[in-house]
Design a protein around this ligand. Structure first.
Ligand SMILES: Cc1ncc(COP(=O)(O)O)c(C=O)c1O
Length: 370
């Protein structure tokens, strides 16, 4: 998009993304580090993010859906692509053609994928155990059934046994240790042939819970994109996203002037109010009205009044006149506006902020290494 036509610029720093991958590989030590690039790489564009990660050594990618996997296969013909959502109905031939590895979550999926090996020879898979999140994966009765019928696995090359933590972002949660123990005991019930299969357990936050959680393959997502995997301590990751909105107009107003829909804010002094070209249609949540802050040249200013579909109002009274004119850019995410704090202001998590980033931005990728 021609930047002159856009209301806001979204800059995605692929060098910071690569640096975050390298940081995570250091934390992982001998554990291999994959990348979770589902939901279009958390909204940042899998077609740019995945090659950038591949360029710094990432060879294994997780997506949620087969549609995402097929798109990624066109971009990276050689990497391993795992489909977390499982073996979708009537899609097994496509998985074979596109060399996709399903994460098998149900006995039926195991049987269907195994049956495919009659025509296609050995096929790879991940076996998913639900160790306590109660979402996807085999539970104890399924595992006991499988242990009694190991021929259901015939022809399958199980690359990893995996599970997923529900509370990894809270290191004080007892559920982390409980899931670790449950995972351990459920794996022991699996058929003998799977006892030495490599294991994948940790997401971003899980990687910071200690060596016991690392196993053979880590699956970070949000930490790659600058989200804080350790919410109780400062963020060890570099910011990847910078969102800047354009100032459309500036008003000098008296005290007690109502601002925006519903007149939910009134100025408490003579003020300068700037209208910025980003709104809830761009993923700048409506609940951020009267809550969030933006920044002009690293100085924070408050969002005042409600967020409209295409605009927000900010109070720029304390910003010098020459630093704030129509056409100038205001930082909505990035610089002093931390994505994790913005998420807290919105009553949500950085994941939702990223995956809600709208289609109207002029997108810019910084990639000095590529
Ligand atoms: C099964 C699984 N593994 C790994 C991840 C990556 O998690 P995170 O973004 O917290 O690192 C997700 C994300 O939702 C997931 O569902």
């Amino acid at each position: 998009m021609d930047p002159r036509l856009a209301g806001a610029y979204l800059t995605i720093d692929l060098t910071a993304l690569q640096s975050n991958y390298k940081t995570l590989t250091k934390i992982a030590g001998n554990t291999e580090c994959a990348a979770v690039v589902k939901a279009d790489a958390y909204g940042l564009g899998a077609s740019r993010v995945a090659p950038a990660l591949n360029a710094v050594g990432c060879r294994k990618f997780f997506v949620a859906l087969p549609s995402e996997a097929v798109r990624l296969r066109k971009i990276l013909p050689e990497v391993k692509i795992f489909v977390l959502g499982g073996l979708f109905e009537d899609c097994a031939e496509i998985y074979v053609q596109e060399r996709l590895t399903p994460v098998l979550n149900r006995i039926e999926e195991i049987k269907t994928w195994s049956a495919m090996t009659a025509d296609h020879g050995p096929l790879p898979a991940i076996l998913h155990i639900d160790s306590g999140i109660t979402r996807l994966g085999l539970m104890e009765p399924d595992i006991r059934l499988l242990a009694g019928t190991p021929q259901w696995l015939d022809g399958l090359e199980i690359n990893y046994i995996m599970s997923h933590l529900a509370c990894a972002d809270d290191p004080t949660s007892s559920q982390n240790q409980q899931q670790l123990e449950q995972f351990d005991s459920l794996r022991k019930l699996l058929p003998e042939a799977l006892q030495s299969t490599p294991v994948s357990f940790a997401n971003s936050s899980g990687m910071f819970l200690g060596e016991d959680y690392l196993f053979d393959l880590a699956r970070p997502g949000i930490a790659l994109y600058g989200g804080n995997p350790t919410p109780t301590v400062p963020n060890p990751m570099k910011p990847v996203v910078h969102l800047q909105g354009k100032i459309l107009q500036i008003h000098d107003v008296d005290s007690q002037k109502p601002i925006g829909y519903g007149a939910t804010y009134r100025t408490s002094r003579k003020a300068r109010i700037a209208t910025v070209s980003v709104g809830y249609a761009d993923g700048y949540f409506r609940c951020l009205g009267n809550q969030a802050e933006c920044a002009i040249n690293d100085k924070k200013v408050p969002v005042v009044g409600r967020v409209s579909m295409d605009m927000i109002s900010i109070d720029v009274t304390d910003i010098a006149l020459d630093e704030c004119k129509p056409g100038d850019l205001v930082s909505l995410i990035g610089g002093p506006i931390d994505i994790n704090s913005l998420a807290t202001d919105a009553g949500t998590i950085s994941y939702e902020i990223l995956t809600s980033l709208g289609p109207r931005y002029h997108r810019l990728y910084l990639d000095v290494n590529l």
